[in-house]
Design a protein around this ligand. Structure first.
Ligand SMILES: [Zn+2]
Ligand SMILES: [Zn+2]
Length: 249
C-alpha cells in the first residue's frame, strides 16, 4: 500500500485554509489515476501530451444545480489555458443528498467513491465536480480541491451567501470558486506547476501573493463576495506564466 500526501486547498470567505492529510491511493480497475494528490495531474490537464480531451463530470445534490453561466465561464477559463484539441465537454447529473451537514473531507471523498461514474481513460482526462447540499466543517469554506481530479463546491453555503440584497451575484461566486479550485488542480501555486518567478504566499501555501489574483488565498477584498463586484478575478501574469511553462497555453 502506497501512501501519498494529499494537499487540500480551499477557497474561503473570510479566512484561509490549506491542510495536509494523508490518504491512501486506491487501487482497482477504475480510478487509480484519479485518486492522487492535488496538483499531480497539472501537466496532464494543461498539455495534450497524453490527454487530448477533457470531460467534466458534474454531479449536484438536490437543489444544488449550478447556474449554466457559471459552468460556461469555467469551460471558457479551461479553453483559455488548456491544450485539449479534441475538446472540453461536460455532463451534469442530479445525484443523492450528501446526507450530512456540515461535511468533513472524509464525507466528501467517501461520497465521490460511491457516486463518481467517470474516470480518466485513454486520451480523455476526467475531472469530477460535486455540488454538495452542505457546508464544510469550517463554515467559511466554500470550495475544496481534494484529489488530483476532484473538486467540491459547498453549494449550500454559496447559495445562502450570494444573490441577495447586499450580496455578490451567485454567478460570480460560483465562477470564482470553480476557477480557483481548478487552478489548484492545474498546480497553482507551486503545487505541481513550478514557479517561474517566486509568487507563492509564504503564509498561505499553495496560493498567490498577489491580492488581485484569482489564486489569492482569500479574494473577499477583490470582489468574490463583494456586492459591487461583477466578475470573478482573473489569473495574474505570474500564475499564467507557470501554467504555460508546464504545458498550458
Ligand atoms: Zn485555494
Ligand atoms: Zn497569481
Amino acid at each position: 500500500m502506497k501512501i501519498w500526501m494529499t494537499g487540500l486547498s480551499c477557497l474561503v470567505l473570510l479566512a484561509a485554509c490549506r491542510k495536509e492529510v494523508t490518504t491512501q491511493i486506491l487501487t482497482g480497475p477504475n480510478g487509480t489515476l484519479d485518486k492522487q494528490a492535488v496538483g499531480r495531474s497539472a501537466h496532464d490537464l494543461l498539455s495534450a501530451d497524453t490527454y487530448t480531451s477533457l470531460s467534466l463530470s458534474i454531479q449536484y445534490a438536490p437543489g444544488m444545480k449550478p447556474l449554466d453561466q457559471s459552468i460556461n465561464n469555467l469551460v471558457n477559463f479551461l479553453n483559455t489555458y488548456l491544450h485539449k484539441p479534441v475538446g472540453i465537454t461536460y455532463t451534469e447529473t442530479a445525484t443523492a443528498s450528501l446526507g450530512k451537514d456540515p461535511a468533513s473531507t472524509a464525507d466528501i471523498t467517501s461520497y465521490e467513491d460511491r457516486n463518481r461514474q467517470v474516470y480518466s481513460d485513454g486520451n480523455t482526462l476526467s475531472v469530477y465536480l460535486f455540488l454538495a447540499d452542505a457546508g464544510y466543517e469550517q463554515p467559511d469554506v466554500i470550495g475544496l480541491s481534494f484529489r488530483n481530479t476532484s473538486i467540491v463546491l459547498f453549494e449550500k453555503t454559496i447559495q445562502s451567501r450570494s444573490g441577495g440584497l447586499n450580496q455578490a451575484s451567485r454567478i460570480t461566486v460560483e465562477t470564482g470558486t470553480l476557477e480557483h479550485e481548478m487552478g489548484h488542480l492545474l498546480g497553482l501555486v507551486n503545487t505541481g506547476s513550478s514557479m517561474i518567478t517566486p509568487h507563492e504566499d509564504s503564509t498561505h501555501k499553495g496560493h498567490c501573493s498577489n491580492n488581485k489574483c484569482l489564486m489569492y488565498y482569500t479574494i473577499e477584498t477583490s470582489g468574490l463576495m463583494n456586492p459591487f463586484g461583477n466578475a470573478a478575478p482573473a489569473l495574474d501574469q505570474d500564475c499564467i506564466n507557470d501554467l504555460r511553462a508546464n504545458g498550458g497555453k
